[in-house]
Every structure is written in structure tokens, then in C-alpha cells.
Design a protein around this ligand. Structure first.
Ligand code: ZN
Length: 163
């Protein structure tokens, strides 16, 4: 059974924005993932969504956040920031996040859920193992998935399957 995380009201609002970005990505022909970077004061400093449709399969929003933080945040700002994301970081993005010393991660849907939904729709397995963030980067503080988004995310990922 999935153990769900109960977000605070402000966390819920940030996750809501991530899922909206995921829908925007899907509507634009990309994959349904969106993420935002929030500083220690609670201000959204950067947001992005998946942009893989032109062929660069590394254009994940969490990876863009890690790279953006390299030139726009100090080490202290990175450590005290929180990354909110519609889907749990893949191993590439978890590694980038950890290498940059970014702070806590809150995700709406887990990689395990994504694998489950993919198998339900008969999708081909991803080329990268769906490892949990904390398997890739054990010191990171993570929270998720959030029950309130499960059905919406499941539908978004089914729409992705229908192309
Ligand atoms: Zn990724």
C-alpha cells in the first residue's frame, strides 16, 4: 500500500502549480511533469515543465532547476530551498539535485505510482530504473506522494499514453 503524505496548505498550493505545469506540458506535446523552486522565504524563484518533444530527453524540469540554481543561488540559498514537483525525481534529476546541494523535495506522485500507471496502460518500460530519490541520494529529505493528486496524475499519464 502507498503511504501518503499530508501537505500543509502552502505545500498543497505549490504542488497544485506543479500539476498545472504538467498539464501545460502535455497540452504542448511534452510529457506531463512540472516543478518549481521555492526559497526559504516561501517565494517561487523558478519554475519549468518537461520539454522533451524536440528530442533532448534530458529536458526534465528538476534538472533545469538544478542547473538554474548553479548560477542564481548561493550554496546557502540552495540548501534552504524546497523543490516541489508533480512527479518524484528520476535518478538523473535526483543526482543533479543532490550534487547541487538543493534542499527538501515534495512530490505529488511517486515513481512507484508512475510505474504502476505505466503498466496499467501497457507502456514500454522506461530506459532508466524508477529508483526512489532516497536510493539515489540517501541524505535528501523528501515528502510524498499526496493522495489528493493521485487520480488527476493517473489521468494525465493515461492521456500521455493515448498520445
Ligand atoms: Zn528527471
Amino acid at each position: 500500500m502507498t503511504t501518503f503524505y499530508e501537505p500543509t496548505a502552502s505545500e498543497f498550493g505549490h504542488l497544485r502549480r506543479c500539476v498545472d505545469l504538467a498539464r501545460e506540458a502535455l497540452d504542448d506535446g511534452d510529457e506531463p511533469f512540472g516543478s518549481i523552486l521555492v526559497d526559504a522565504e516561501g517565494t517561487v524563484r523558478f519554475e519549468d515543465r518537461n520539454r522533451v518533444k524536440h528530442g533532448d530527453q534530458t529536458r526534465h524540469p528538476e534538472f533545469e532547476i538544478a542547473r538554474w540554481s548553479a548560477t542564481n543561488f548561493t550554496a546557502e540559498e540552495r540548501a534552504s530551498s524546497t523543490v516541489f514537483t508533480s512527479g518524484e525525481h528520476c535518478p538523473m534529476c535526483a543526482a543533479a539535485h543532490a550534487w547541487m546541494g538543493l534542499g527538501r523535495i515534495v512530490y505529488a506522485g511517486s515513481s512507484a505510482q508512475l510505474v504502476q500507471w505505466g503498466s496499467e496502460r501497457g507502456a514500454a518500460p522506461a530506459p532508466v530504473a524508477a529508483l526512489p530519490i532516497t536510493t539515489v541520494a540517501p541524505a535528501l529529505e523528501v515528502a510524498g506522494p499526496v493522495a489528493a493528486f493521485a487520480e488527476e496524475l493517473r489521468e494525465l499519464h493515461f492521456d500521455r499514453g493515448r498520445g
